[in-house]
Design a protein around this ligand. Structure first.
Ligand SMILES: Cc1cc2nc3c(=O)[nH]c(=O)nc-3n(C[C@H](O)[C@H](O)[C@H](O)COP(=O)(O)O)c2cc1C
Length: 186
């Protein structure tokens, strides 16, 4: 990954806004360009779950109805899109090619252009429909990276626990994450 890598962080309407927050907190400390998109439900859930406004980041929050943004088209080359957290509704729309809002459109674009698409689903339990949709997007080239924290690093805080997932996302983005969390085996 070069220093000018460009990543879309898309928040859809699932619980787990903290996953998006900690990914954004990390990415804004790197040289990588980050664009933020949030659905209406994602904004509501962020407000309910987080203590800071989503707008506290020094960059615009794109509206899901805004198809004029550069990364809505495959002709504008962005490197990766992370949908975090990913609702089952959004998963279903991406799995079935329903590019009816900016996040679902990003899913469509990043898959068709064979670019990195990482979906971080948050739901429990899963229905057969959810699982089939995860298989569908995986066959189409996405990485399904569930919000499933690990415990072997003995996280002491909620943030450290969440960072065990963020570290895996960041690995898939190809960015070194030394300060984030311990790797198994040292
Ligand atoms: C407070 C709240 C929490 C929600 N949590 C989840 C969740 O964890 N997973 C999920 O798939 N949907 C969840 N939903 C439902 C989605 O927000 C809803 O299906 C929405 O239409 C998804 O569309 P969006 O992803 O475009 O926002 C939640 C909704 C609310 C209001």
């Amino acid at each position: 990954m070069d220093a000018k890598n460009r990543t879309v962080v898309a928040l859809s309407g699932a619980s787990g806004a903290i996953y998006a927050k900690q990914l954004l907190d990390f990415l804004v400390t790197t040289p990588h360009q980050v664009a933020i998109v949030a659905s209406e439900h994602a904004r509501q859930i962020w407000d309910a779950e987080m203590g800071i406004p989503l707008t506290s980041y020094d960059r615009p929050i794109y509206d899901v109805r805004d198809f004029s943004v550069p990364f809505a088209s495959g002709s504008n080359v962005w490197d990766a899109c992370v949908v975090v957290p990913c609702s089952m509704g959004m998963l279903g729309r991406i799995a079935n090619g329903l590019a009816d809002d900016l996040i679902a459109r990003c899913g469509d674009v990043f898959l068709k252009e064979r670019r990195k698409l990482i979906l971080v689903p948050r739901e429990t339990p899963y229905t057969a429909i959810h699982l089939e949709n995860m298989l569908k997007v995986t066959h189409a080239g996405a990485v399904v990276l569930p919000a499933s924290p690990s415990w072997y690093g003995k996280p002491q805080t909620l943030e450290q626990l969440v960072d065990t997932v963020i570290a895996r996302i960041v690995d898939h983005l190809g960015i070194p994450y030394t300060p984030l969390t311990k790797r198994w085996g040292g």
